[in-house]
Design a protein around this ligand. Structure first.
Ligand SMILES: C[S@@+](CC[C@H](N)C(=O)[O-])C[C@H]1O[C@@H](n2cnc3c(N)ncnc32)[C@H](O)[C@@H]1O
Length: 339
């Protein structure tokens, strides 16, 4: 194995983890592994399991990667990603046997509370991706976050405590993480939650996002690229839980094309990508997705291309669509005649 680091952008939705680890074994996940001590310890103590660590911090990923290489551990993979994206897009239902969340960021200020990872909604998502009976361990040294975690765990119908109590404040069996050592050294009480996913079915309200064939719209317009560029202005729109922001427009010097920098947010994905309006011959345009940076052709991308095409059509009364491969429900216009 050359590197344990996976490229989140190039992984399928969902990932076949047995292919990634090259063997069938229970999949254990640590969310926010920081320096990676706990993750590496887990990998050493449980060689017959596949272990996945997810982190958003690049320096943390670097440090953990070095530890894994030094320990020559072949049963660990790392991913730079938001945990919610990993769970919803990359994990099939019941993919995970165990999940560890050690000292998640507490986001203590009132205006930051919405950033906390653990709440009832997150536990519901987690439950859909865990096997019935799968183990969930959470630890925190933040008193206020502990109250919120306790309330969320006691509210969710999808997990139950493996202990007689909701949490314990001492656990001498596990390796102490860096933040645990800091918390204890500074005199804070740690809360350890040892829970399990219930055996009952969990309704999956978190579908794995879908990818579509590379989208395109072909249209005819009497306007040339200069005229189209001159009429462009930034704009944004929302449709359901999909938000699209059309940002800067650039003219390609060597090509007959305009590039529209576009931001698309549709839970659990956010993408910043380029849409292209390319002139194939005078008056004949193709709107498509630029492939630079491995963009994912989601429904949100389809909506964005549909909007851009609708805007272009609105610039001239003789403009019309010749062909497209977008889903019918992404259009606000009737374009059934053009498919
Ligand atoms: C307070 S540190 C704890 C690190 C380590 N678990 C420990 O106990 O020492 C929280 C870690 O979670 C990571 N993190 C925060 N939000 C995350 C998310 N949504 N997905 C993945 N990692 C996240 C942060 O980058 C940080 O390294």
């Amino acid at each position: 194995m050359t590197t344990p680091l996976l490229n989140a952008q190039q992984l399928n939705w969902p990932v076949n983890w047995e292919n990634i680890f090259d063997r069938k074994a229970p999949l254990l996940l640590e969310i926010g592994f920081g320096g990676g001590h706990f993750l590496v310890d887990l990998a050493q103590k449980r060689p017959s399991t596949n272990i996945l660590g997810v982190e958003i911090s690049l320096p943390a990923l670097d440090r953990a990667q070095r530890k894994i290489k030094t320990g020559a551990l072949s049963n660990v993979r790392l991913l730079q990603s938001d945990a919610r994206y990993l769970l919803q897009a990359l994990c099939a239902p019941e993919a995970l046997a165990e999940v560890y969340i050690n000292f998640p960021d507490p986001w203590p200020k009132a205006r930051q509370l919405h950033r906390r990872l653990i709440n009832v909604d997150f536990l519901h998502l987690l439950a859909t991706r865990m096997v019935p009976g799968g183990l969930l361990e959470i630890a925190t040294d933040h008193a206020d976050y502990a109250l919120a975690i306790t309330e969320a765990l006691e509210t969710t119908p999808y997990f139950h405590s493996r202990l007689p109590t909701t949490f314990v404040t001492e656990d001498n069996e596990r390796l102490r993480t860096k933040y645990e050592q800091i918390g204890l050294a500074e005199g804070r009480t740690c809360h350890y939650y040892k829970w399990a996913r219930c055996e009952t079915a969990v309704p999956n309200e978190f579908p794995i996002p879908k990818e579509f064939p590379m989208p395109h719209v072909v249209l005819q317009s009497p306007l040339d690229l200069d005229a189209i560029q001159a009429r462009y202005g930034r704009w944004q729109f929302s449709s359901g839980d999909c938000h699209v922001n059309f940002m800067e427009l650039f003219r390609a010097k060597a090509e007959d094309a305009l590039f529209v920098e576009t931001y698309i947010k549709e839970a659990p994905i956010a993408q910043r990508l380029g849409l292209v309006i390319r002139q194939r011959e005078p008056g004949n345009y193709v709107i498509s997705l630029h492939e630079l940076g491995f963009p994912r052709p989601t429904l949100g991308v389809q909506r964005a291309i549909g909007q851009l095409a609708t805007w272009l059509l609105g610039l001239h009364e003789d403009a019309h669509i010749l062909h497209h491969n977008l889903q019918p429900d992404v259009w606000e216009l009737d374009v059934s005649h053009a498919t």
